[in-house]
Design a protein around this ligand. Structure first.
Ligand SMILES: [Fe+2]
Ligand SMILES: [Fe+2]
Length: 270
């Protein structure tokens, strides 16, 4: 299979880059399955049902969320009605929606998508992501019940994400980090066949501070005082993430490539 994962969509600039470019890339790169992190697509905080619909219509098979999963309150209900949106497995015991789902791709292949939140440097404590993920991987063996398994590791620390990559090695086709909004350059295939990238980066305007218009973040860093609200930067966005080709029989990654398309970042394509 040919899989594409794109990092956190940031505000209007990110949504525009998806709707204007993804349908074409999906065809050009003959993608079988596309997963996108949508936790910042609405004003940089959370994802509304309306924006989720717009993104799904642009050719996304599954939207993942993150620590901002329910910042837009209508997502509390929307996530129950729209099975293509999944929230972190370990968000909270009371969270609506699902943290993992087995999808059927357009050509009939089974793809498991799941997301976990990390614990290191996160603003509030979440349950242990490793023990949350273990039963999900166990019940969806790669090359058995699932032709591909995609794990979105939503956390701040590179160490925690790398540990999660090794924890899943041989049991997932792709383990990819989200949340920091800055892409790392370590796309690789781990020894037992799991494609890995520490962070997918964001789909947003990189002339910013991690997607926010730079003046207020700068003021807060320099003076230590807030004055205004953060607003998403609205210049041309870069689509940022990772492309993986998998073996249909084993589910293992055979090829991995960074993706950066449009906007300020140096281009990269499969
Ligand atoms: Fe996040
Ligand atoms: Fe984010």
């Amino acid at each position: 299979m040919k899989l594409l994962f794109l990092g956190d969509v940031m505000g209007r600039a990110g949504r525009r880059a998806i709707t204007e470019n993804l349908p074409r890339l999906r065809e050009e790169w003959k993608l079988d399955f596309v997963v996108v992190n949508g936790e910042n697509a609405t004003s940089g905080i959370g994802l509304s049902g309306a924006h989720a619909k717009t993104l799904l219509e642009a050719g996304i098979d599954c939207l993942t969320l993150g620590d901002h999963a329910f910042d837009q309150k209508d997502m509390l209900r929307f996530v129950e009605q729209e099975p293509r949106v999944i929230r972190p497995l370990n968000f909270s015991k009371a969270a609506p929606g699902k943290g993992a789902r087995l999808f059927t791709s357009k050509n009939g292949r089974k793809v498991l998508v799941t997301q976990v939140l990390g614990q290191v440097f996160m603003k509030r404590p979440f349950d242990d992501p490793f023990s949350a993920l273990e039963p999900v991987l166990k019940t969806h063996p790669l090359g058995g019940m699932a032709q591909a398994v995609i794990v979105d590791v939503h956390c701040e620390a590179t160490s925690e994400k790398m540990a999660m990559g090794h924890f899943c090695d041989g049991r997932a086709s792709l383990v990819v980090g989200t949340h920091t909004h800055v892409p790392t350059a370590d796309a690789m295939i781990l020894p037992r066949g799991t494609g890995y990238l520490t962070d997918a980066g964001m789909c947003g305007d990189y002339h910013s501070v991690i997607g926010m218009e730079k003046s207020e973040p700068l003021r807060r860093f320099i003076t230590g005082m807030p004055k205004e609200r953060f607003t998403p930067a609205n210049g041309v966005a870069t689509l940022s993430g990772v492309y993986v080709e998998t073996d249909d029989r084993t589910g293992a990654a055979q090829r991995i490539a960074m993706v950066r398309n449009g906007g300020l970042l140096e281009a990269a394509a499969p």
